[in-house]
Design a protein around this ligand. Structure first.
Ligand SMILES: [Mg+2]
Length: 276
């Protein structure tokens, strides 16, 4: 069923998807468009493993790493709080009293900030070029979609204040005429699934009128649950070249219809998706 177009590196997994139907596009932010938070997975992994190892259960760092990698990946795309809720559960499971999930989240955010601070400050000062912190082809695909009259939404599991600021620093915030949505302190008031339901209700849309782009499990699953078209972005955030095989296999498992490494072949991708 897989049809690999070598020249473009667009991998059509599901050749049955309806074409020419999309009216709305929903983008994940980190790892899909933005590279500002590149390395967040390693920061979260090492912090969570530190927390669990400090409980002194005798479990090896290797087995704790495996456990944490698995649940962090499975929850990628949801709000960060869900990953720290899960960490707290793992602490309790081991017979210890956990901190509030929000406390774990704050500590994670401050550890990550040490890594990304120079990037954000460089963008603010104008010494960093926004193009260097966007996945290749990001601006071109947003521009192309906008020119074709597709309504654009940005949805992220990262805290709203960060997403808004970082989208502005990357100078892509103005593309999202549908809005920018992200994690709230009152986390039950937001999810990507809720946002999709709202978009469908507001514009009386359904199924393949939505195309979702993301590098995480959750946005792909949420898109497929409503019959939308899911484009998995199996980005290699370090090199921005070629497909990250681990992400690719997760995205395929979540039900991605198409896999791309980045947006270099955006013109060809949109011709395939948007023209019947
Ligand atoms: Mg992501």
């Amino acid at each position: 069923m897989t049809e690999q177009n070598r020249s473009s590196s667009i991998e059509i997994v599901n050749t049955e998807i309806p074409r020419g139907t999309a009216q709305v596009a929903l983008f994940d932010f980190d790892g899909t468009l933005s590279l500002i938070r590149r390395g967040w997975q390693q920061v979260m992994l090492s912090y969570f493993v530190d927390v669990l190892e400090s409980l002194g259960t005798g479990e090896s760092r290797t087995s704790l790493s495996r456990l944490v990698s698995e649940f962090v990946a499975h929850l990628t795309g949801k709000q960060t709080i869900y990953q720290t809720i899960r960490l707290a559960e793992e602490v309790e499971k081991r017979g210890h009293t956990a901190l509030e999930p929000l406390a774990y989240k704050h500590e994670y955010n401050s550890r990550l900030w040490e890594i990304i601070r120079s990037r954000v400050e460089g963008l603010e000062a104008g010494t960093e070029d926004p193009e260097n912190w966007l996945l290749p082809g990001s601006r071109a695909i947003l521009e192309n979609l906008k020119n074709r009259g597709i309504r654009l939404y940005l949805a992220s599991g990262t805290d709203y204040e960060f997403v808004l600021k970082e989208a502005r620093l990357l100078q892509i915030d103005h593309y999202f005429d549908g809005g920018i949505f992200a994690a709230l302190d009152q986390y039950k008031k937001f999810s990507k699934a809720m946002l999709i339901r709202q978009i469908f209700a507001d514009y009386n849309l359904s199924g393949s009128q939505l195309v979702g782009f993301g590098d995480g499990y959750v946005e792909i699953e949420n898109t497929k649950e409503v019959g939308g078209i899911a484009v998995g972005v199996a980005s290699n955030e370090q090199t921005c070249l070629g497909t990250d095989e681990w992400k690719r296999s997760r995205l395929l498992k979540a039900g991605a219809d198409i896999i791309i490494p980045e947006f270099r072949a955006q013109a060809e991708l949109l011709n395939y998706l948007l023209i019947n």
